[in-house]
Design a binder for this molecule. Sequence first.
Ligand SMILES: O=P(O)(O)OC[C@H]1O[C@H](OP(=O)(O)OP(=O)(O)O)[C@H](O)[C@@H]1O
Ligand SMILES: Nc1ncnc2[nH]cnc12
Length: 267
Amino acid sequence: MMQRSLIFSSTNPISPHLSTPSLPPVNTVIPERNRRWIAPSSSSQPSFLRFQNYQRTLPSLLCTVEFLAASDSVTNQQQMASQEEQDTRIAKISSVIRVIPDFPKPGIMFQDITTLLLDVGAFRDTIDLFVERYRGKDISVVAGVEARGFIFGPPIALAIGAKFVPMRKPNKLPGEVISEEYSLEYGTDKMEMHVGAVQAGERALIIDDLVATGGTLCAAIRLLERVGVNVVECACVIELPELKLLRLTTCVLFVSDFLCAMPICQA
Ligand SMILES: O=P(O)(O)OC[C@H]1O[C@H](OP(=O)(O)OP(=O)(O)O)[C@H](O)[C@@H]1O
Ligand SMILES: Nc1ncnc2[nH]cnc12
């Protein structure tokens, strides 16, 4: 089986725990699985503070993805933008993501990517960052998670020459589907994919706008792996860093392996 790596920086508190995936970190309260609308701990984090974490995004991540790094040719590396240029783009992207307090309910700091879509340059940079990472990696499937994964997934798919496969909420797809249930704060939800959209042995990238607990991405991974697809990586625009430990425990509980995720920004 292809090795997956958890691609966060070495300072990420999750990393030390990866070697013992069946045990949650000491003193960690195991959260309700897959809580939605997670409120970051600091409710009014100014955007300049958000910039401080950017060094921990793409450049360090690139070193830790073994199977991707192995296939990186010198030419590929030369084609990639410089770290400085990447940092500048990431800072810009983050600055145009609007944060709306108390939406959709009190205590939630909603990360609104619609303002990113209004900025043509920042939207293009977002897509480019992903494309630079995944072009030439023999990925034939980009799976987008409803709803906001449908915004970022298709342009990435087109640019890297992959098909786009929607992972939809229940009863939206007209054909025969396979589904995967996952837990929510209250009750469960389901994610569905058309039968025949992907074939065993294909290499897939999963795209969403945001990773909070990781429950949604884990469900998407399970859905694709059930039909024999190799999930190369999950990528999202935003991560809620306060939730890393929550995500670890969620992932440990939900997948035998561990989640691979590449957020390009931190909220
Ligand atoms: O990491 P998690 O804790 O699973 O949360 C992340 C998911 O939550 C949001 O979607 P949501 O389910 O609200 O659906 P929407 O995009 O249709 O609003 C977001 O777009 C991710 O898909
Ligand atoms: N804080 C948040 N903002 C936007 N989408 C989310 N999904 C889960 N938590 C979220």
